[in-house]
Design a protein around this ligand. Sequence first.
Ligand code: XMP
Length: 508
Amino acid sequence: MIVIVDFGSQTTHLISRRVRDLGVDCIIALPKDSISKIRKYHPKGIILSGGPASVYGKKSLLVDKKIFDLGVPVLGVCYGLEVIGQVLGGKVSSGEKKEYGATEFIIENKSRLFDDWRDKKNRFKVWMSHFDQVVKLPEGMKRIGSTQAVRYAAFSNERKKIFALMFHPEVYHTEYGREILRNFVFKICGEMREFGDDLVSRINDYIDKTVGSEEVVCALSGGIDSAVAAFMVHRIIGDKLKCFYVDSGLMREGETEEVKRNLVNKLKLPMKVIDGKREFLRALKGVIDPEKKRKIIGKLFIDIFEREAKKTGAKILVQGTIYPDVIESQGTKHSHKIKSHHNVGGIPKKHGFKLVEPLRELYKDEVRSLASDLGFPKDLISRHIFPGPGYAVRIVGEVTDRKVSILRKADKIVVEEFKKFGVYDKVWMGFAIFAGIKTTGVVGDERKYGETIAIRAVESVDAMTAEWSRLPYELLARISSRITTEVADVVRVVYDVTTKPPATMEWE
Ligand code: XMP
């Protein structure tokens, strides 16, 4: 197997996922794990992940130097590169230019990482996220690639089989990332393809073990994750599962009706709708901080569930938590908290349920293909994701009935026009945001101080990184003109052109 040492990167599990996709098993270890513990895994290769810290800080996370003497190939990625630089006697310091997002990488020298490169470019797009860099190579290392801002963007000691990359090969947007990891795993580590992954039976086993024959409740959000989780549990325990859908009033137009049509009529899930519109608005009154909003919404969701669940006697709550929710709510030891997703971090620690999360290890695209294998309706699978806290995280500032109503109308126009222009199925998400900025407009012949609506559309595969979509100007023009004429109070429409990182997809 391959051992991945986790320095707390948001993408550690993406590396593990990519290695698994290659059919090779892997395990995630911690920097403090002893060499003897790592040796016990009999690794064929070791990958040092990225991480949010600095290798030269007081509390910097490093590895025991002996890891490089195990006779096992080592690949350092991003922070992992800096760890190699630091531990083996090079020099790391704060780069003059920070690089986040896409940049061009240039291959400077031969390396086995770039084996079978004949049909590929020697300059290609890679995904970066760093502020430090190696400024002096450790002895025996050779530069194998650079970017405009980073001289040693890749280096190696081919004889000792130590490789270091500043960019993230595991990130979908890195061109040839898969090929580079494949070279490391198969050509350099000599791994063999091991397993055909039977996802469904693994999840069934997990449900059998955690649910047994007990009564279970499930919080259906209307999205695909909770629906797949509930559907799989329902197949095993039948109507011992009771599902609840809380209408928070922060949903898209016609949402509740559509959810009923898909989940109750088509997928036959036992579901009760609870109207929470007033309660949510009341609880959010005067709240501006996004983290507070998430916490309040998470707590209210669970309070309402608890109220209903008491009537069923259930002690277990099934959730459709997927891996990005876990990691972004600080699910691994050294990663930073980005935001509390309502289905993980927003839920208070003390609640009366045992949580069962059958999809906790999966990425969105894996859930989508699972749903398709399970025979889910196509429109449910292809619907854009809608965050648990709904419009509350798309309204900057206090959430009010008026703002929700403006945003709902604008958002509906965005979705309609995306569908008309045939781009709805091509982007990961396209939506409107209530920017919370008042600006001046001229309506008729009068000056009007009105609202700003922002449009965001992104391309992603796994929600961990995203590119902003290059939408046709005609589509943007159409959306802008419709919103400013059809939605009262809106005088300006802007388009968000930021990648993730540094920006997240949702504005709050
Ligand atoms: P961000 O904004 O974190 O979004 O880049 C990544 C994906 O996750 C969705 N998202 C959420 N989903 N509860 C959810 O269930 C949340 O609190 C939440 N916040 C973001 C977001 O819509 C995007 O698809």
